[in-house]
Design a protein around this ligand. Structure first.
Ligand SMILES: *Cc1c(COP(=O)(O)O)cnc(C)c1O
Length: 393
């Protein structure tokens, strides 16, 4: 039989029904500990010489179903789940890089990841060399003898920068550097970095994987040895394990990932094109429009679509605030990837503590709007956006 398409895989991934009494939905195992039949079994399972469960922080059948599902969808050998995207990202970084070693990462990306890298530099002497994420060559020229990790975010948050994943993976392989790609914006529906040579993929499961703005979760997928190290050190020692109920919610969300992403893709594509032809909008950031710097690279590595995130610049802080204040359908909120349209104004929210000069250096213009396009009727979203654009003086 030929390999099942993504549309089919996403519905069935990760579940072995026979081990759950035939249940089509994997049950939620609320268990912190598991009893053994005898000392011999305890010795074998507790010391991980035989498969089995023994303690809630280390393994759980519901969580394991989620991990297997994500590994299948990312074409990865293994996966490990966490309580949030940041728990997953910090677990990988802290198990890959030591004091005195370095990371190469994009200058523009998810703000908390940026803050984590700065914290590790200030307090643990783990250096991060920042590069232009849109320039794959910059990774090669920035890497030093002590570089252990290439961190990539593509498309990036909030500017949708595209990094050529295979180009960076190739340089890293030659130099023995681990590659970690944050695939949150694309999801495995639109982009599978492992197929392009990337070692590890990380997700904020809070966003599209869960998909309903009702949980926080994270997941790391990739090479079996690397994932095992992240599990044994990053998960077991730091303890950022996901709760079984949450793992179940992410699995439930995953079943409709393909359906949701099809609509996110087509709605965002339509919205990006509408905004690109509106005179009141200074600039549109969407990898699916030809004016975007990463358009060609995105066409090569994203399939079938460019995702549901669009950013655009309204010029001034006042215009940004007036716009979000006039929205009726789209929620003004900080997260993304839910079924509902969510908008944020970066200068007054995620990047408010920076000075206008610092924002400008980070590429965040005063009127930048980050738009997580929902799965509503695209005409209703368009009407809400046009109405809010009209409200700008
Ligand atoms: C939200 C987000 C994260 C962090 O995930 P949490 O679940 O909030 O911890 C990391 N990367 C990207 C691109 C994100 O959007």
């Amino acid at each position: 039989m030929k390999e099942a398409s993504f549309l089919t895989k996403v519905v069935h991934a990760g579940v072995d029904r026979r081990s759950h009494h035939g249940a089509l939905s994997v049950p939620i195992y609320n268990a912190s500990t598991y009893a053994f039949a005898n000392a011999e079994e305890a010795a074998a399972i507790h010391n991980e010489l035989e498969p089995g469960y023994y303690y809630g922080r280390i393994g759980n059948p519901t969580t394991e179903a989620l991990e297997k599902a994500l590994a299948e969808l990312e074409n990865a050998e293994a996966a490990v789940a966490f309580a949030s995207g940041m728990a997953a990202i910090s677990a990988v970084i802290l198990t890959t890089v030591k004091t005195g070693e370095s990371i190469v990462a994009p200058r523009s990306g998810y703000s908390t990841t940026q803050n984590l890298l700065k914290f590790l530099a200030d307090e643990f002497a783990v250096e991060t060399i920042l590069v232009d994420g849109a320039e794959a060559d910059a990774y090669a020229s920035a890497a030093k003898e002590n570089t252990k990790l290439f961190f990539i975010e593509s498309p990036s948050n909030p500017l949708l920068q595209i990094t050529d994943l295979s180009a960076v993976a190739e340089v890293a392989k030659r130099r023995g550097i681990v590659t970690l790609a944050d695939n949150t914006f694309a999801t495995p529906f639109n982009q599978r970095p492992i197929d392009l040579g990337i070692d590890l993929v990380v997700h904020s499961g809070t966003k599209y994987l869960g998909g309903h703005s009702d949980l926080t979760a994270g997941i790391v997928a990739g090479d079996a040895d690397l994932v095992e190290r992240v599990r044994q050190k990053g998960a077991k020692l730091f303890g950022g394990n996901i709760a079984p109920e949450t793992a179940w919610l992410v699995l439930r969300g995953l079943r409709t990932l393909a359906l949701r992403m099809e609509r996110h893709n087509s709605n965002a594509y339509a919205l990006a094109n509408m905004l690109a032809s509106d005179r009141r909008v200074r600039r549109v950031y969407y990898p699916g429009v030809p004016m975007h710097a990463g358009f060609e690279a995105a066409k090569r590595q994203m399939d079938p679509g460019f995702g549901g995130m669009v950013s655009f610049d309204l010029g001034t802080q006042a215009a940004g605030r007036a716009f979000v204040n006039a929205l009726k359908l789209c929620a003004l909120a900080t997260s993304l990837g839910g079924v509902e349209s969510i908008v944020q104004h970066s200068a007054s929210m995620t990047h408010a503590t920076l000075s206008p000069e610092e924002r400008s250096a980070a590429g965040i213009s005063e009127g930048l709007i980050r738009f997580s396009v929902g799965i509503e009727d695209v005409e209703d979203i368009k009407a809400d956006i046009l109405n809010a654009l009209d409200a700008i003086k």
